[in-house]
Every structure is written in structure tokens, then in C-alpha cells.
Design a protein around this ligand. Structure first.
Ligand code: PMV
Length: 312
């Protein structure tokens, strides 16, 4: 074909970030309110990228996009496509560096567009493997949770080296995501926690295990429609994340404000030290009110979304 489209939504980590890198479970949610569209198009010449951050040949991308180059090259090889006569346009509504998985979403959308361009069906394993190439460049040692969630329609229970499990919430949960405005750096945040583990193994391991326990209880809360319990667990996880040094003043300000305004629980989401917070509202109406209040309070962007019991 001459032109082919690939899309991908973004993701949120509900609970378990950082601990998941060290073998504990985490729960992540597909976040369809923002996403990426990639269009692969036949254009004679070398392979080129057209995105907000860069326009030009794929060999000359800035360092921040070098993972994407490797991923595109690996995908072209996988599909037996020549490394030429191709323009890949990338349109993203995901703010980068905010814990919403923008790099993994870009990779998945681009890979899907190339499979569509080659008129090849794909296995989910192919997508995960190829996207992982880009994620390793972007984040060093990612747990793999981002790419999995971006290719899922349901919440995910994820633990390294364990089979992935899907979670079916048994009630409706209304969440708010608010952007603190500051960009985070996943690689740096992950490294800072790893350093802590090395410097005080017993104390920090205990914290990571504690996050693991909270995450187990959060799964039960989702599966028994226990909103108040889930809220409390989000707050407990935030306390541990603060102790690990990955929450900052901007995140804390939004978290405390959301709680003060009646959120059942609130915490950072993703790598932290910049990025977004996730708060659990009391119900749909409260979620809308909280959204407005957070906007007025200075959040850069606010989204409200619901996780609903599947009634099919
Ligand atoms: O990409 P982010 O900001 O959502 O962070 C990913 C979550 C971490 O647990 C901090 C890292 C990982 O690879 O799981």
C-alpha cells in the first residue's frame, strides 16, 4: 500500500511503579484519552521521520529519538522491507515525560503502521519485542509494563517473569489524572531507586515489598468494588514512594489538594519527580468537580476517566 496508519493509546500505572522494576507486581491501566497516530507513506528517498520534535532522515534523529530509529530499522528487517522510500509521520496527543508512556506509544503506533504498510498481520509478541527495543534505549532497564499496557484494552496485573494477567474490575471507579507541568525522567528516577536498593538493601527492599503487598490488596479492592479501600491503598503507596524520593513538591501539592477536596486517595503515577498524579474520586459527579478544581489550582492538564465493570 502507499499509506498505512497505526494507532496506540497511552497508559497509566495505578499502583506498583518502581517496585515492579525490582520484582514486585504492579497494576496498570490503558488510558485511551490520549494517544499516538503514525502514518507510514511511500515517499521516494531515504527513510524519514516527521514529528513535533524532529523532521528529517532517520539516521540523524536527536539522541532522545535514537531508540525509535533502532526500532524502525528492526521492524523493517522483520518485515523484509527496504530501508528507503518511506516517510513516517507521528502525531501524538500524549505529553512526553509525564509517566503516560509516550515513548512506548510512539513505538507501538509506528510498528503497527509499518505492519499495515507491509500488509502483514502481526502477533502481539512481535509488537512487544520490537517496542521493547525502543524502550531499552529510552529507559535503560524498563520492566516492560508500558508496552504491555499500551497493547491491552483491560487493566493489567504485571510482575516480571510471570505470565501477565488481566484484571476485571467489579465496580465503577472514577479517576482523575492531573499533570504537574514538570517533565520527569524515567531513566533517572529508576536509577535513583536502584542506587537506594544498593546502599540500604534491607531497608529499601522492605519498602518495595510493602508496595508489593499494597498492590495485592489493591487488586482485591478492584475485584470487590471496594472504592474506599482502593483510595486508602493509593495513599499508602504514595507514602512509600515519597520515602523512596520519587515524589516532588509539584506532585505533592496536587496530591494533597485532591485529598483535601474529597478524593478517596491520590498518588503519583509513573516514574515520578515530575509528571502526573492519579486520584480516585467518590463518583462521577465528584470526578467532574475535582477536575475543575484541580484546573483552577494550577494543574497543567486534567483528565477524568472511569474504569467500569464489564457488563457484556
Ligand atoms: O514511564 P513511566 O514514567 O510510566 O515509568 C514507568 C514505571 C517504572 O516502574 C518507574 C519503570 C518501569 O519500567 O516499570
Amino acid at each position: 500500500v502507499q499509506t498505512a496508519i497505526g494507532v496506540a493509546h497511552s497508559k497509566l500505572i495505578l499502583i506498583g511503579e518502581h517496585a515492579v522494576v525490582h520484582g514486585q507486581p504492579a497494576i496498570s491501566l490503558p488510558f485511551p484519552l490520549v494517544g499516538v497516530e503514525a502514518i507510514a507513506e511511500y515517499v521516494p528517498g531515504s527513510v524519514k521521520i516527521d514529528s513535533t520534535f524532529y523532521h528529517g532522515p532517520i539516521e540523524s534523529v536527536p539522541e532522545s529519538l535514537s531508540g525509535l530509529t533502532t526500532c524502525v530499522e528492526a521492524t523493517l528487517d522483520h518485515l523484509d522491507l527496504p530501508h528507503q522510500d518511506l516517510l513516517i509521520r507521528i502525531k501524538s496527543s500524549i505529553p512526553p515525560g509525564k509517566g503516560l508512556g509516550s515513548s512506548a506509544s510512539v513505538a507501538v503506533a509506528v510498528i503497527r503502521s509499518l505492519f499495515a504498510y507491509a500488509e502483514e498481520d502481526y502477533l502481539i509478541e512481535d509488537i512487544l519485542h520490537l517496542a521493547d527495543i525502543s524502550e531499552r534505549h529510552a529507559h535503560g532497564e524498563p520492566s516492560g509494563i508500558d508496552t504491555l499496557t499500551i497493547t491491552s484494552e483491560l487493566p493489567i496485573w504485571y510482575q516480571k517473569e510471570e505470565p501477565t494477567d488481566l484484571i476485571e474490575p467489579q465496580g465503577d471507579f472514577h479517576f482523575i489524572v492531573a499533570d504537574s507541568g514538570r517533565m520527569g525522567d524515567t531513566r533517572l528516577a529508576v536509577e535513583s531507586v536502584t542506587k537506594l536498593v544498593k546502599s540500604a538493601p534491607r531497608r529499601i527492599q522492605a519498602k518495595l515489598e510493602r508496595i508489593g503487598e499494597i498492590t495485592h490488596r489493591a487488586r482485591t479492592a478492584l475485584e470487590t468494588a471496594s472504592k474506599h479501600l482502593l483510595g486508602q491503598l493509593l495513599n499508602e503507596a504514595q507514602k512509600e514512594l515519597e520515602a523512596l524520593g520519587v515524589s516532588d513538591a509539584g506532585l505533592n501539592r496536587l496530591i494533597y489538594f485532591a485529598r483535601q477536596e474529597g478524593a478517596l486517595g491520590a498518588k503519583l503515577t509513573g516514574a515520578g519527580n515530575g509528571g502526573c498524579v492519579i486520584a480516585l474520586a467518590q463518583n462521577e459527579m465528584h470526578s467532574k468537580q475535582l477536575c475543575e478544581k484541580l484546573k483552577k489550582f494550577g494543574a497543567h492538564a486534567v483528565w477524568s476517566f472511569a474504569l467500569k465493570k464489564n457488563t457484556d
